[in-house]
Design a protein around this ligand. Sequence first.
Ligand code: ACM
Length: 680
Amino acid sequence: MRLWLLMFLVLAVRQRLGQSASALLPVPAEMRWGQGRLSLKTALRPGMPSTTHPSVIDAVARTLARLQPEKTTGSAVLQIRYGRVGQPEKFDEERYSLRVTPMGVTIDAPTSLGVLRALATLEQLPITEKKQRYLPEVDIQDQPRFAWRGLLIDAARHFMPVTVIKRNIDGMAAVKLNVLHWHLTDDQGFRIESKVFPRLHTVGSTDGLFYTQAEVREVLAYAAARGIRVVPEFDMPSHTTSWIVAYPRLKSNDSTYAPYTLWRTTNVAIDPTRETTYTFIDSLFTEMTALFPDPYFHAGGDENDGRNWRRTPRIVAYMKANKMVKADGKTVDKHQLQTYFNRRVLALLQKRGKRMIGWDEILGPDLPKETVIQSWRGKKGLVDAAKLGHPVLLSNGYYLDLNNTAASSYLTDPLPPDSPLTPAERKLVLGGEAAMWAEFADSVVLDSRIWPRAAAVAERLWSPQASTQSMADFYRRLPTVSAELETLGLRHRIAPELLLKQLAGSANVAPLRTLAEVLEPVKEYKRHFQGFNYTTATPLNRLVDAAPAESEVARRFGVLVDSVVAGGATAAGRTAASQRQMAELRTQLRTWQANDVLLQPQFLLNPSLREYAPLSTNLAAVSRLLLERLTQLQAGQAPSAAWLAAAKATLEAAQAPAGQAELAVVKAARKLATASASAP
Ligand code: ACM
């Protein structure tokens, strides 16, 4: 072979390697891969002006410690240049350019925020080849599609200690999320110290857990150093049992309240007709708006059906006297009373220079336009609000607690190509927020309910639409990011594993892991309604809590089934690749089939696991069925009617949840069971 041809091939292969091995997530707006590389054995020395802001110096040090934990030799420069210190709360630019050559690394950005985002990208760049880590040569130009890329953490239902919040902030920074929406109060607890109304945080919950104001400041500083804003939520007028327990003068009726220990929506609401309610909120805001520097303040507004108001004659009389009635002129309209309440709350926030955010229920024709609407009940809420001139945030489709797939979030776009919004209305779409409500997540399992799926929302909100069309490529990159997140201190992989070990006790954990890996908690809000009564005191330490929200094993199984089915698994269609896939499927199915026998003794001996026995038995039954089907397919046989009827019954039985978990492989199993044996 001619030397030039050889060199050309080597270079071409090397270029493809750098490109295909890259797992940047979110994917940058523009990347041009080169053919060179920079070994991470070479010491990167920061090149920065002496006037560089301490937060940037610290961020560079963190990145270098992660990139080069071991001894290095030689020297290359990590050149950092930025225009000015960026303030996330002013939505300052996050744009950056990042260039890696065999000689060194250069980061250029208009603001220090861009430098932080560039460093996050740099940390994802290393590629390992033959045990050597290196940075591939690349030229990246990047900027976010949306300015508001949030994660809501509910610290009210289950309290989340500061360490948990901090490590999730690290996770957010790694995938370029930039707003922590801190849900601090709810029926079950008021989780932030109030020096003005100390009963709020001391008697509002049964466990008495809360953040001190010093801890809040610590979190704010930690987030700010990573270019992340913190927006607090004080949910009103409903979701306020904890407030009323602490200060009964806020209540709308004559009932007596104790700390709330269930998860059902209470529709308990504070009284919007008394001036003392606003005096209270005013004092609380004086304290809380001083603590949180962000210009936005979330006042909740969700899930108030008005029952507390409609059933209180004094409040009904108020509504009638103030003409808060429906079109018939008689029936009182709780929405009008809530709008009145919103206006009062808005005025108290505006007095302090804050912009109000509320959930989509607060939308109405009379709501002042400057109020930001966070849409959770449907996409329509976002469109309606933007059409009325409100800035909007999308959370519908991004509810991590509903245990839907990362793909479903990924496919949810605040501005899809068919969005009915005009160009002017589109500008009102600030972005969106992944939401992690914590009825079924305590501080131990929280990470595994957020990560890695929140990365789908992060990429959807950061990356250009055009470069985020491939779900397969997203899922290719996700495990790499998941591993990165674990090294940042997140416990989304280790915590479920430790829970499994605890459940297995002295028995071998492997069979239990094999089952747990293909289980998922039931979806949407079903976990509330399956005959198991949860309270705030119920430990979240059952098999369902160790099951992934989205089973990666089941997802991969689905991909394999798809290619076998699409490839036509017949004698005629037997390529080397399809043979390999068939063999892989068989191995997997045999493992699942054999697993039940290994697990049954554990179910017998361990009462806390027993409720999951049917899922294990069903997994074995489905696997047996699919092994039969593979044999038929390979022989080019169509299944008999009797076989199909039996298969249908087995698959239907396998759909039934147990212990609020379900088998995640049933859909793919059905596809394979009914796959036709015709040639491709
Ligand atoms: C909500 O999920 N109730 C905002």
